[in-house]
Design a protein around this ligand. Structure first.
Ligand SMILES: NC(=O)c1ccc[n+]([C@@H]2O[C@H](COP(=O)([O-])OP(=O)(O)OC[C@H]3O[C@@H](n4cnc5c(N)ncnc54)[C@H](O)[C@@H]3O)[C@@H](O)[C@H]2O)c1
Length: 363
């Protein structure tokens, strides 16, 4: 456990994203030491310039006796074996998204962490983002009315990954946002994707998540092959529509008081087919703090208090199940029900203590 000097955190994988965890963990008062763990010495060397004297290790096994907790920011296919090794050594683990690349591995991680009594958290950064919390509040308060549709786009030119396709790389963000907004996992999913520039890995995909109980479909477009950077979530309701644009720093959320109403008699062809309503566009205030900082602080707080992370192992598993079902859909060219993947009686999702499901609610 943590020493009186604070928790010793090992960052495993000090690349693009791991280096951000290094910066954020260093800023937390309860963190006594940040240890760098990466097989590439150029990666640790560039970070060492800003943190002289920091300890570095080439691999997780040699670092494990020296840390209390680890953040795994390595390629997705390494997450499960590294997390299992850390949990077996009694260490608390924050795994980057996706938590694992198969639901069987995801389940193993949840079970192992429960047995070992350690904190297992997943890096669903957007669930620690004030804009997503505001969008969820708008939905739950009924401000948008009945929900018709959620549409997300996460596009850019790159960054290509070498071990997973664009679905496993980018869609975990959108899937975790959608599960968070709706308070439940979809019943079934469908995927279309193509390998254009990459020979082996799909680099653009259109995904559909179905929520029949809500009479709602969520559509996700992810691409490494788009000239424009887009990070957008659109929620269309019967009363209002909301757009969350993560690139619009001063107005991440805009609420459009716009909509359409059908005529009383839609058989009367002398009437316009719809009446249009154009009202104000409002920009709700967000008490915005860097989501990675909020997330990593929450991880440390959970270690210290024994609290349950809001993005815990079950939450990570729910996203991994959707990803696996999407892969099956892609391979077999059919809709895939999430129940097909689950052992009898298990249905992971957001922590029921943390979330309010829209299913069965008044919406
Ligand atoms: N939450 C977010 O918003 C977010 C954003 C970007 C990336 N990520 C996730 O972070 C992870 C890393 O992505 P990245 O873009 O930083 O990749 P990257 O390639 O830039 O860095 C990965 C690093 O891991 C190291 N590594 C690989 N295997 C290792 C091992 N067994 N032990 C120690 N080090 C090892 C590599 O040498 C490399 O330096 C991925 O899971 C990705 O999905 C999350």
């Amino acid at each position: 456990m943590a020493t009186s000097q604070g928790i010793r955190v090992g960052i495993v994988g000090c690349g693009y994203w791991g280096s951000k965890h290094v910066r954020v963990m260093q800023s937390l008062a309860q963190v006594g030491e940040v240890v760098l763990i990466d097989g590439r010495s150029d990666r640790t060397a560039s970070l060492l310039r800003g943190m002289p004297g920091a300890r570095t290790f080439e691999d997780l096994p040699s670092a494990l006796p020296e840390v209390d907790a680890v953040v795994l920011a390595t390629p997705p296919t390494t997450h499960a074996p590294l997390a299992l090794a850390a949990i077996a050594a009694g260490k608390h683990v924050l795994v980057e998204k996706p938590m694992a690349t198969t639901s069987a591995d995801g389940r193993r991680l949840v079970e192992a962490a429960t047995e070992a009594g350690v904190t297992l958290m997943v890096g669903h950064t957007f669930e620690h983002n004030a804009a997503v919390a505001k969008l969820r509040q708008l939905i739950l308060q009924g401000d948008l009315g009945d929900l018709y549709n959620i549409d997300t786009a996460r596009l850019n030119l790159g960054l290509y990954q070498s071990d997973v396709n664009v679905i496993f790389d980018l869609a975990p963000h959108d899937i975790s946002i959608i599960i968070n907004l709706l308070g439940s996992a979809p019943a079934s999913v469908e995927a279309w994707a193509a390998c254009h520039a990459h020979r082996r890995l799909e680099d653009m995909a259109y995904l559909r998540l179905s929520y029949p109980e809500l009479n709602l479909t969520a559509n996700i477009h992810v691409s490494w092959l788009d000239p424009c950077k887009v990070r957008r979530v659109t929620v269309v309701g019967s009363r209002k529509m909301a757009v969350y644009d993560d690139l619009a720093v001063d107005e991440r959320i805009r609420v459009f008081d716009r909509g359409v109403t059908p005529p009383v008699d839609d058989q009367d062809l002398t009437q316009p087919p719809m009446a249009y309503r154009y009202g104000d566009i409002t920009v709700p205030y967000l008490d915005f703090e860097e989501p990675l900082l909020v997330q990593d602080k929450h991880f440390i707080d959970c270690i210290l208090t024994g609290g349950r992370p809001s993005t815990n192992g079950l939450n990570g598993l729910a996203v991994v199940e959707v990803l696996e079902a999407l892969q099956i859909s892609l391979r077999e060219r059919r809709p895939v029900a999430l129940d097909e993947l689950r052992p009898e009686g298990s249905r992971p999702g957001p922590d029921p203590e943390e979330s309010v499901s829209l299913i069965g609610s008044a919406l």
